[in-house]
Design a protein around this ligand. Structure first.
Ligand SMILES: Nc1ncnc2c1ncn2[C@@H]1O[C@H](COP(=O)(O)OP(=O)(O)O)[C@@H](O)[C@H]1O
Ligand SMILES: NC(=O)OP(=O)(O)O
Length: 334
């Protein structure tokens, strides 16, 4: 182990889209390779002395399961969304844990990697159930999106600058059911994969029993809650862009190295900088983390994780001062 002394704790939220490298070949092998590449960077953090808790997205993968279930509807049962979430926790947790464990073993680091099937409680009356907003599955062109809406009853929405996607309800995460077990595992020295896909959405019935509900929780919001509950000092979000932009998707777009919490809140309130369903929930999650006592949040792509932690890449959000760069300058230097 390179680091010494007191261990620092971070929660890493790995984007579901960033786990799909090749949009043309979204097969198990390419997703496994993406998990492999991402865990190479996570291993460096573990070896650098961090206690690491890994959360991951599942938007694309939930959509694939739903689509398979739709296409086989004439002969097989439909899979409800909470079970889709549980399936993705198993499959993605398996790929992340196996790759990370292999890497750590090769490096002579004797650390267990454990994926925890995690339920996250939501409010049954959350208004989000009435307005689907969470993109899942593949990107579609406008005609295909319209066709699915008319013929299959899908809710669809534009996803940032990347096309159209099916959308499902995404209530606020309120409570991580397996939190105590996750904390115990972290304190035992294990790397824990938890709250995958934002957690399996569950709600309590009148008797207090938990039951699955039809939703996909935003994994950035769930990971932010997990980071606060575990007292993490750092919240790292890996996604498919190296940095966050202001005025994203417009000619005025500029990449940001650093934002203060106050600025992040102000830009969020302006409503024009961060697209809903993609970057806006990440910024919201980061703000909630810092308001809950976290020290620093970083958003970057997997390749730039180590540089971003050194302050040489990515976008950091803290209580410090800020700096922005013109996108052309960014393009020249990467
Ligand atoms: N202000 C912004 N800055 C950078 N990217 C943005 C911004 N607003 C929207 N995006 C989009 O957000 C995407 C990352 O979110 P997304 O792919 O939904 O997350 P995840 O990696 O968690 O699946 C980027 O690829 C980009 O298209
Ligand atoms: N559940 C979730 O937020 O997944 P993505 O990160 O893939 O959108």
């Amino acid at each position: 182990m390179k680091g010494s002394g007191m261990r620092r704790r971070m929660v890493v939220a790995i984007g579901g889209n960033s786990l799909i490298k090749d949009r043309q070949h979204q097969d198990v092998r390419s997703q496994y390779i993406a998990a492999h590449e991402t865990t190479e960077h996570v291993a460096a953090l573990v070896e650098d002395g961090w206690d690491v808790v890994i959360g991951h997205g599942n938007g694309p993968q939930v959509g694939f399961i739903l689509r398979r279930s739709d296409l086989a509807a004439h002969e097989l049962h439909r899979v409800p969304l909470d079970v889709c979430g549980a399936d993705t926790q198993g499959a993605i947790g398996y790929a992340l844990a196996q790759n990370l464990q292999n890497r750590l073993r090769r490096d002579g680091v004797r650390t267990s990697v454990v994926a925890v099937v995690t339920q996250v409680e939501v409010d049954r009356d959350d208004p989000a159930f009435g307005r689907p907003s969470k993109p899942v599955g593949s990107f579609l062109d406008e005609d295909a999106a319209r066709r699915h809406r008319e013929e299959d009853g899908w809710d669809v929405a534009r996803d940032a600058d990347r096309g159209w996607r099916r959308v499902v309800a995404s209530p606020e995460p309120r409570r991580i059911v397996e939190l105590d077990a996750i904390r115990t595992l972290v304190e035992s020295g294990a790397v824990v994969v938890a709250a995958g896909g934002g957690g399996i959405p569950v709600a309590a019935d009148a008797a207090g029993d938990l039951l699955g509900v039809e939703a996909v929780i935003d994994k950035d919001l769930a990971c932010s809650l997990l980071a606060r509950e575990l007292g993490a000092e750092l919240f790292l979000i890996t996604t498919s862009v190296e940095r966050v932009a202001l005025d994203f998707g417009t000619p005025r777009a500029r990449w940001v190295d650093h934002l203060t919490l106050e600025q992040a809140r102000a830009y969020l309130a302006e409503g024009t900088h961060f697209a809903e369903g993609s970057m806006a929930p990440k910024i919201r999650a980061v703000c909630e983390f810092l308001e809950g006592g976290g020290e620093r949040a970083v958003i970057t792509d997997p390749e730039h994780v180590e540089a971003a932690l050194r302050g040489e890449a990515g976008t950091s959000v803290t209580a410090g001062s800020s700096r922005t760069r013109d996108p052309r300058e960014f393009a020249d230097t990467t």
